[in-house]
Design a protein around this ligand. Structure first.
Ligand code: NAD
Length: 472
């Protein structure tokens, strides 16, 4: 980042410092929470065709106050040490906010995955995993990666296979990475978890009448207009679930190749088909192409969801943002100095370390599933179903009336894994917001949700350190 803007890590540190003054915690303890505990920077060669590519890669473990550490792996040309450190730090605070018992970590490879064949990406991923094993930077009780920008379940399967090749016989080895394909020790609901979490959070945030009145909005998610930047894993599912389960109107979308707008709402499935067919979201029938992809950020809407990369809202474009609510589905999309401008304009910013925590929450469920070596719901699904059936039969006998087959099936259904995962995710996102909101309401000198979220995280992390006796 140029000198006129803080770097991503500096942005995170600035937000940390802003919140730290509200905690009353000792300086040394705050310093220990703030720093990155371990930074592993590596270079390794991979043979691509006839050439050797020297890959620049990182794994940062920000905090060891809880183990294992946890965080995604990013493939992008923008990867550098500062970025990975910032993302690892955000993971620590994120885990604390949603009560996931991990320290924060993050990995990054400075590559453009689009410029490699699948077989070469596999080689790179396996070699990176080997480097992590070599330095003891991966393992179910050490450090557990997951997908992030530019990676998905395919890469996680390669990581798992490489790990198990080296750690033959390690009983919990499937827990060395999360976000795996469901048939490779993954969990139902992980792929869409971050986007689904964004939806649960939004629904909760907009449900408070007094908070919405301040923004000039009515409470309730239905009918709210939304603009999404980045239709990748997070952005696509955030939009899809908000439309299908929240009746939200998606009016604008920005992608790599440009941006489009449609006042009366875009049909997301049709748009995805159009992009698959033409290779672009542009020229979508009925929608208007915008001049630049960044223009979508400045559209008038109720909810703006930046779901691509960091540093998208800067002090340059912040004065032109017209959204009432910004939901930071990506990590760090609003720069610290831009946020000051947004807050002055009365815009509500829902911070990344809360609103995109759905991914790590369901990763935690996946890790627990791996350690228990059993699918969620396997023990109780039939038992619950039979119990409810007995209850229905008793009700029928007592009333002399028959309950319809369809109704009976609905009432007596035992929970599948996906039901339990979504229920756990919903509870996590709602509960965490209530904690943040309580801090925000109670402490009058806290003016924004990010500071309140940081205070929530710092209270929990400091309490861990104190209980450990490190900082009595
Ligand atoms: P992804 O690679 O699946 O999708 C990102 C999308 O953004 C791509 O479609 C890409 O073309 C698009 N994009 C890139 N630059 C853009 C630009 N300038 N304008 C518009 N679109 C652009 O990545 P993802 O996993 O969805 O991650 C997106 C963000 O969410 C990242 O900040 C990531 O750290 C964060 N995040 C991801 C997860 C997860 O579970 N995957 C969890 C928490 C946070």
């Amino acid at each position: 980042m140029s000198s006129k803007h803080p770097s991503f890590f500096q942005s995170v540190e600035r937000n940390f410092d802003k919140a730290a003054i509200h905690t009353g915690l000792p300086k040394g303890l705050l310093e220990q929470i703030k720093v990155c505990n371990a930074v592993y920077q590596m270079r390794f060669p991979v043979k691509i065709g006839k050439d050797y590519h020297v890959i620049e890669a990182y794994r940062v473990q920000h905090s060891h106050h809880r183990l294992p550490t946890k965080g995604g792996i990013r493939y992008s040309m923008a990867v550098n040490q500062d970025e990975v450190m910032a993302l690892a730090a955000l993971m620590t605070y994120k885990c604390a906010i949603v009560d996931v018992p991990f320290g924060g970590a993050k990995g990054g490879l400075k590559i453009d995955p689009r410029s490699y064949k699948e077989a070469d990406l596999q080689k790179i991923t396996r070699r990176y995993t080997t480097e992590l094993i070599r330095k003891n930077f991966i393992g179910p009780g050490i450090d557990v990666p997951a997908p992030d920008y530019g990676t998905g379940s395919r890469e996680m399967a390669w990581i798992l296979d490489t790990y198990q090749t080296f750690k033959n016989g390690e009983i919990d080895s499937a827990g060395c990475v999360t976000g795996k394909p469901v048939n490779q020790h993954g969990i139902n609901g992980r792929t869409e978890a971050t986007g689904r979490g964004v939806f649960y959070s939004l629904r909760e945030v907009v449900s408070y009448k007094e908070d919405m009145a301040k923004l000039g909005l009515t409470p309730g998610i239905a009918g709210k207009t939304m603009v999404v930047q980045g239709l990748g894993n997070v952005g696509y599912y955030a939009a899809k679930i908000s439309i299908e389960e929240g009746d939200v109107k998606l009016i604008g979308v920005s992608e790599y190749e440009g941006a489009i707008y449609k006042e009366d709402g875009l049909d997301l499935d049709a748009l995805m088909k159009h992009r698959k067919k033409t290779g672009s979201i542009l020229d979508f029938p009925g929608a208007k192409n915008l001049k630049k992809r960044e223009d979508a950020l400045e559209l008038e809407c109720d909810i703006l969801v930046p779901a691509a990369l960091e540093n998208q809202i800067t002090k340059e474009n912040a004065p032109r943002i017209k959204a009432k609510i910004i939901a930071e589905a990506a990590n760090g999309p609003v720069m610290a100095d831009a946020e000051d401008i947004l807050l002055k304009k009365g815009i509500m910013v829902i911070p990344d370390m809360y609103i995109n925590a759905g991914g790590v929450t369901v990763s935690y469920f996946e890790w627990l599933k791996n350690l228990s070596h059993m699918r969620f719901g396997r023990m109780q699904k039939r038992f619950d179903h039979n119990t409810y059936m007995n209850l229905m039969t008793t009700v029928e006998e007592m009333t002399g009336k028959k309950i319809g087959t369809k109704e009976k099936l609905l009432i007596t259904r035992g929970a599948e894994e996906i039901d339990l995962v979504n229920s756990g995710l919903e509870e996590t996102m709602v509960y965490a917001y209530q904690e943040i909101r309580q801090i925000f309401k109670k402490k009058k000198d806290i003016k924004d949700l990010r500071t309140a979220a940081f205070v929530s995280a710092l209270n929990k992390i400091s309490s861990d350190y104190m209980t450990l006796g490190i900082f009595p």
